[in-house]
Design a protein around this ligand. Structure first.
Ligand code: CMC
Length: 392
């Protein structure tokens, strides 16, 4: 009977050693393998960051070319997998479809489910990173009753995703480079975030020896919640509910009221207590996209800008160190690009897949790895005797 600490929400428990991502929440610092996120967002791009997260160092030109080639050539999914989508109702949330389809990959890609075989682990990693955008785009196309759009090998990761979501066979679709860059940034800024809820879920699932597709499906399920990846959708829905700039003060008051469960979605963070460094870059991207698309007159985006302004100058939010997080701005960009809110969290899932996979790989290689098995503080009845049904 060992002594253990009681730590609900794991606010002060380290569950593993990791060399992937460093966060200093007080200073607002985020680094992947030592490189600050603002430099990566500015100078790098998503697939290069994927390589960095997976393998620990920036790739040489040849390494990057080989990696990009591998990912690009694994983007198609087996034609038979199309049937998985058709089994879902069209009005299913794309996250529900993704949990199912990604989980079902382990029923399909048998040659990459053996976690003890290094080569199989590698193939599973590449397959997941490559196929997630295809799966997310297909979930979307299915939900709106449009034909699936196949990936193309001549497009980069972000452009390919935009095309798979927005192209229709009836006409040529040309990806705007500014939108493609903004999409790539959304992917890059969400790529990994150390031991957040979904990553911890992937690690916990994997600690039992579960196969990689099952583990990533578990991560997707956890990400869906509104306190985590679901916040970007919840944020846009909140803006719709606010409906007009003159109702903002009312919602601000509700957010401050302890008897009202309402919170400002897209505000606050468990670890960042001064600012979210991803939000700084994302805000720039949001301004760029809004400029390009000229949507000054989009009422939702006007409410978002006004809400941001009022909240960051409000004493409650200043005192509690609550500021817009990455999902506040990513939601604005995705809305401006024309994505329905239900696609926001699937896009987060696409981005985070590399983080989940990198942490999964790291855990499997860790000699200290054990099955995750938290303890509890038992608060129930003490010993009592069984009571026959007629005496209850
Ligand atoms: N609106 C109003 N009040 C808030 C908010 C908010 N968004 N967030 C926290 N607070 C208050 C909270 O009521 C509490 O007040 P008090 O000390 O008087 O009880 C205080 O601030 C601390 O909050 P907490 O819930 O103890 O903090 P936490 O670290 O457990 O929660 C959080 C972090 C992100 C879950 C929370 O800030 C939240 O619910 N935010 C809205 C949802 C959101 O935007 N989530 C996305 C996070 S970033 C992307 C990701 O990780 O997926």
């Amino acid at each position: 009977a060992g002594v253990f600490t009681h730590d609900p929400g794991f606010t002060s428990t380290s569950a593993c050693e990791s060399a992937i991502t460093f966060i200093d929440g007080d200073k607002g610092e985020l680094m992947h393998r030592g490189y600050p996120i603002d430099q990566l967002a500015e100078k790098s791009h998503y697939l290069e960051v994927c390589y960095l997260l997976l393998y620990g160092s920036l790739p040489t030109a040849t390494e990057l070319e080989t990696f990009e080639h591998t990912i690009t050539h694994h983007t198609m999914i087996h034609e038979q997998m199309h049937n998985f989508f058709r089994g879902f109702r069209r009005d299913a949330h794309p996250m529900a479809t993704m949990v199912g389809v990604v989980g079902a990959m382990s029923a399909f890609y048998h040659d990459s489910t053996d976690i003890n075989d290094e080569r199989q682990r590698e193939i599973a990693s590449h397959r997941l990173i490559a196929k997630m955008p295809t799966i997310a785009a297909m979930a979307y196309k299915y939900s709106i009753g449009q034909p699936f759009v196949y990936p193309r090998n001549d497009l980069d990761y972000a452009s390919n995703f935009l095309r798979m979501c927005f192209a229709v066979p009836a006409q040529e679709y040309v990806v705007d480079p500014i939108l493609s860059r903004a999409m790539d940034r959304i992917f890059t800024l969400h790529a990994d975030h150390e031991q957040n809820a979904s990553t911890s879920t992937v690690r916990l699932a994997s600690s039992s020896g579960a196969n990689p597709f099952a583990c990533i499906a578990a991560g997707i399920a956890c990400l869906w919640g509104p306190a985590h990846g679901g916040a970007n959708q919840a944020c846009l829905e909140m803006l719709k509910e606010i409906g007009s700039p003159n109702r903002i003060p009312e919602f601000i008051e509700r957010a401050k009221d302890k008897n009202d469960p309402f919170r400002l979605m897209g505000f606050g963070h468990r670890v960042y207590k001064n600012f979210d460094p991803r939000a700084t870059v994302m805000k720039e991207s949001a301004d760029e996209v809004l400029d390009l698309l000229g949507i000054d007159n989009n009422p939702l985006l006007r409410i978002a800008k006004e809400l941001e302004h009022i909240a960051v100058n409000d004493d409650y939010f200043i005192e509690k160190k609550l500021f817009p997080n990455v999902d506040f701005y990513s939601g604005i960009i995705l809305e401006a690009m024309g994505f329905p809110t239900a696609m926001f969290t699937p896009i987060f899932a696409v981005s985070r897949t590399v983080g989940w996979i990198s942490q999964w790989k790291e855990q499997l290689a860790d000699p200290a790895m054990k099955i995750g098995r938290p303890r509890q503080l038992y608060m129930g009845e003490t010993l009592r005797d069984y009571v026959e049904i007629e005496n209850r």
